[in-house]
Design a protein around this ligand. Structure first.
Ligand code: SIN
Length: 282
């Protein structure tokens, strides 16, 4: 029997214990971790000491790695995106509620983020549970959203017209603006059925969703804002405090995340591997 422990957090997510992912993981142990990931959409591990190679090995156990086309990779490891903020930078990467890759036709399944260098204080990441947010909507709103689709884009974030461009120090960490400009916007259902858990999920996010399909800009903006205000309420949110050896693995289809930028003058370096996903359906 597996000795892996799964301890639900107070908010969304669960902490996985009794595991050392620098060592080979038995099929039995892996099945427990996989089930926890499907159930919670967000898992945390503590006190891990892993090399970039072991990070890649662990990720490959879950599926194919998505080599990020916008982020600067870690030297020598194109599979690992570097999420770095230097002491002299004002803006950070991921400093607002978002879900990665919703601008792709087949959005990435999830990301495994490893703490490499942490500020003495601050730099937590918040996660919001989009299944719980959907469940808590009133019936009228659920009916309104049923069958609706939303348009998602990367152009305004990673493209040549990016808001990050002018006077932003984050921009130097992101590259390949031409690739973002070349990407077509995509459409996903506003309510998806999660491919692993089968739960209904509210699948729009403030960073990459640019509007509701077939709705006026005004109505679309008002509806999206209402959904964003609803989903970021405390009861749907876990705030994760990073420590040396911490790892967070989130499902992009089930959660939003938000990297807090409250450590001015300090350095924070994280390594992120993103896993390929699939097309999403209502
Ligand atoms: C991200 O948005 O992927 C970065 C999260 C973080 O740095 O905590």
């Amino acid at each position: 029997m597996s000795s892996i422990t799964v301890t639900p957090c107070k908010g969304p997510g669960a902490e996985i214990g009794n595991v050392d992912i620098s060592q080979p993981i038995s099929d039995e142990d892996f099945a427990v971790i996989r089930q926890a990931f499907a159930d919670h959409g967000l898992i945390f591990l503590r006190d891990q000491t892993i090399t970039p190679e072991q990070h890649i090995e662990f990720a490959e156990r879950w599926g194919d790695i998505n080599v990020n086309r916008f982020f600067t990779p870690v030297d020598g490891y194109p599979q690992i995106a570097e999420v770095r903020k230097e002491p002299d930078q004002a803006t950070n990467i991921g400093g607002g509620w978002h879900t990665d890759h919703s601008y792709d036709a087949e959005p990435a399944m999830g990301s495994i983020l490893v703490a490499r260098e942490l500020p003495p204080k601050g730099g937590d990441t918040m996660f919001a549970d989009m299944a719980a947010a959907y469940e808590a909507l009133d019936d009228e709103t659920k009916q309104l959203l049923d069958g609706l689709e939303a348009v998602h884009s990367s152009k305004h974030i990673f493209g040549g017209q990016s808001a990050y461009k002018e006077g932003s120090d984050v921009n130097e960490r992101l590259h390949n603006a031409d690739a973002a400009d070349a990407l077509d916007d995509v459409v996903h259902p506003v309510i998806i059925t999660h491919p692993l858990s089968g739960k209904k999920i509210l699948y729009v996010n403030a960073a990459f969703t640019i509007g509701m399909k077939g709705m006026s800009q005004e109505d679309s903006a008002a509806l999206l804002m209402r959904l964003y205000m609803h989903a970021q309420q405390d009861q749907f949110v876990t705030r994760f405090e990073w420590k040396p050896g911490s790892i967070a693995f989130w499902d992009n289809r089930a959660t939003w995340h938000y990297a807090l930028n409250d450590y001015q003058g300090e350095r924070r370096v994280m390594h992120r591997i993103t896993l390929e996903g699939c097309a999403l359906a209502a």
